[in-house]
Design a protein around this ligand. Structure first.
Ligand code: NAD
Ligand code: ZN
Length: 504
């Protein structure tokens, strides 16, 4: 117990720090410290009186002294005062010594709450204070968005983070990725803290419904399944429309939570529904394929296909949470596993060479594999949430691969096409002098070991023509991702047709 880092909960006044910290302390069986209460006890006066009689500066000094004391202790859950972490030195020191979480509350919500707490000394000028302090709070990396969440949910999220859940920072705050074998079998016990104790629509397909859909809905107090046909062919507006109908029929409103249970097709389709139904309702992603666990469920891109092309209709919709149960991979067909591995290898090549270690590739180490592979996606989407820069690196091999899918009428599965495409990109990298023949050979061998092809017999002219229609090629200028070395990708523009044909 005493070796545990303190957990510090901070945020603007009225953000709910104290109730959340108290709830969290109870969950974790830790001692709870309310800084304001300790200061009041020491001063023998309520805070507004300390402010009135001794001035704010003297209150801040008491706060600083207490923060230093607490930083030396272990195993506490601390609720700070609203202004405690505004001083750079105090904030930096606590962030070094403790796990600091900031409750991010939006202004409208806060206004409503503060309207009836006149006893807070700074409540009168809260609006200007909020604007002034917001950028300072934003310097705390772990932001917990509170909008629409109960105290139980917020404390539950922080508890999950403390147990090793991953965190994705987004422009509006952030969300959690919980990777736990067996989490779906335990979901009933956590319904409240996951916010799944209200009306839930579990959207899934005919294959997954009998495997995991019932397991999920049976444990939740108020959940219904919406089952759509399986396959990319059904990632359409027609399916979206069918889901809207089902939602209306079940009386879904803006508080209804959509759970997308399935691979990338379900995640993209149900995610698009969540982005648009009543202008947007909460979404929880429960990915069940390796690809969706390490790639599509994270980053907020959702959408459907049109007859004219894939993913032409879409939106950015950040999930409220991503729940990954690696046990479901037991039923994943081997081809789907291999296809997911193509993306894992891609993540290894662009950012994390450790993923290229064959010891990590078995289903028995899935938890570790997924955790590392998804971290690459997190790092990229945090820097570039709207795909304006570095997120393009995730397209390694994909312009080549998409063209193969197109030319073969989607007879070649995506992961296989990507494997073939990554090897083309690697050849290009070699031709450009970035990597050696030996590295190229190593990449090829990795795919063979996994059971993925690295070559295909298609007409080169048609292959090139399909690549040239890629939506990422701007104004006809080629734009491809290459490897500078293993673990680092780069964008190369304006290569000639000859340069590209040389690797097809
Ligand atoms: N949004 C994004 O950022 C993003 C990124 C990459 C890919 N995608 C999209 O993802 C889609 C591909 O996703 P996918 O590869 O997961 O394919 P998928 O969703 O079609 O799933 C593959 C097959 O496996 C079955 N399945 C899924 N989980 C299973 C399980 N645990 N046990 C048994 N069977 C299971 C499915 O029913 C399906 O038949 C594409 O539409 C692609 O455009 C989106
Ligand atoms: Zn892909």
């Amino acid at each position: 117990m005493s070796s545990l880092r303190n957990i510090v909960i901070t945020g603007f006044m009225g953000s709910g720090k104290t109730t959340v910290a108290e709830n969290l302390a109870q969950r974790l069986g830790r001692e709870f410290v309310d800084m304001d209460k300790v200061i009041e006890a020491r001063a023998g006066a309520p805070i507004h009186q300390i402010f009135a009689e001794r001035g704010e500066a003297s209150f801040r000094e008491m706060e600083r002294t207490l923060a230093l004391e607490l930083a030396l202790r272990r195993g506490l859950v601390v609720a700070t005062g609203g202004g405690a972490l505004i001083a750079d030195d105090v904030r930096e020191m606590l962030m070094q010594q403790c796990n600091v979480y900031c409750l991010a509350v939006n202004k409208a919500e806060l206004g409503a709450r503060l309207a009836n707490s006149p006893q807070r000394p700074l409540a009168a000028g809260w609006s200007a204070l909020y604007d002034a302090r917001k950028p300072i709070y934003a310097r705390i990396p772990r932001q917990i968005v509170t909008a629409g969440k109960s105290v139980d949910m917020i404390a539950g999220e922080i508890a999950a983070l403390e147990r090793g859940a991953l965190y994705v920072k987004t422009p509006a705050g952030g969300y959690l990725i919980r990777i736990e074998a067996g989490i779906l079998s335990r979901i009933g016990r956590e319904a409240e803290s996951l916010g799944l104790d209200r009306q839930v629509a579990v959207i899934t397909n005919e294959t997954i419904a009998p495997l995991y859909g019932e397991l999920l809905t049976e444990q939740l107090p108020n959940a219904q399944m919406i089952v759509v046909p399986d396959g990319e062919a059904h990632k359409t507006l027609a399916t979206v429309s069918q889901i809207y109908d089902s939602l209306l029929e079940m009386g879904a409103d803006r508080n209804t939570v959509i759970v997308a249970l399935g691979g990338g097709v379900i995640g993209d389709t149900a995610g698009f529904v969540a982005a648009t139904y009543m202008r947007g309702i909460p979404l929880v992603q429960v990915p069940t394929t390796l690809l969706s666990m390490v790639d599509s469920s994270v980053g907020g891109k959702v959408g459907v296909d049109l007859p004219q092309g894939k993913n032409l209709i879409g939106a950015f919709k950040q999930p409220r949470a991503v729940l990954i149960d690696t046990e479901v991979l037991a039923t994943l067909p081997p081809l789907q596993w291999r296809c997911g591995m193509a993306e894992v290898i891609k993540h290894g090549l662009i950012a994390l060479p450790g993923l290229l270690d064959a010891d990590l590739w078995g289903k028995e180490r899935a938890e570790q594999l997924v955790r590392q592979a998804v971290q690459v996606k997190i790092d990229v989407v945090e820097i570039d949430p709207y795909e304006q820069g570095i997120r393009a690196h995730l397209n390694l091999g994909h312009t080549f691969g998409h063209a193969i899918e197109k030319v073969t009428g989607y007879a070649v599965p995506h992961g296989e096409a990507v494997a073939i495409g990554i090897v083309r990109a690697a050849q290009l990298s070699r031709n450009l002098g970035f990597i050696t023949d030996a590295v190229l050979a190593r990449i090829q061998k990795i795919f063979w070991q996994i059971g993925l092809p690295t070559d295909i017999a298609v007409d080169r002219e048609r292959w090139y023509a399909a690549m040239a229609t890629d939506k990422k090629w701007q104004a006809g200028e080629s734009r491809l991702i290459v490897l500078k070395r293993i673990g680092q990708a780069a964008v190369v523009r304006g290569l000639s047709k000859d340069d590209i044909m040389a690797v097809l």
